[in-house]
Design a protein around this ligand. Sequence first.
Ligand code: PGA
Length: 248
Amino acid sequence: MRKKLVIGNWKMNTSTEEAINLIVDIKGLLPADKETVLCVPFTHIAIGDELVLDTNIQIGAQNVSAYDNGAYTGEISADMLKSLAVDYVIVGHSERRQLFYESDELVKTKIDKVLAAGMIPVFCCGETLEIRNSGNYLEAVTKQLQNGLFHLRSDWFSKVVVAYEPIWAIGTGETASPEQAQEVHNTLRNSIREKYNDTTADNTTILYGGSVNAINASDLFGQKDIDGGLVGGASLHAEKFVAIINAL
Ligand code: PGA
């Protein structure tokens, strides 16, 4: 089901105390008719779960292991996340692809693990500045989508949330214009239409990420194929984050 959604991606930020304060502040500001997902660091998931009990906030994760439980020092499995009542897991964020060398193949495996555990993967794709300037960005992003997700049967695919995050706009203060973002979102939706069908394409939630803030959010969210945002920096400030949710 196509859903309008704003997801916060805290990345590797906040002490436990800061995390508690931030969740409490967001809880206090979030209108009763709005919902959101906070993808907090692994270490804050359990405390986050307690704080958001009986609210319209859900706690998500930013990554997952490609392996099942076993001898994988330092890894966190999909089963472990599921046991913490996690519903959403970011998979294939560009920081993981670039800094931790996650390949399309690894991302694909992680998608399968998240789905098999009964959670919703938030699949990220997006081009570098170099690719954007080369003019081949639509092909590049479509290829990421195909490589990461198109092995899925349509009933599995329909559980996935897609996030388009141009790398040149992440944490840079430079946002894709609403038209630039819409062009890519529309291309992604059309390739889902070609691979699957109209219903699947029209029901896929496609979020935009990359320097979303309270000022640019409503223009971005006003585009036909943009269903909300994946928000990094601004999700660390309760007022700014809730203003973005309110723009949806
Ligand atoms: P940003 O990050 O909002 O700070 O640009 C977005 C993201 O990386 O998900």
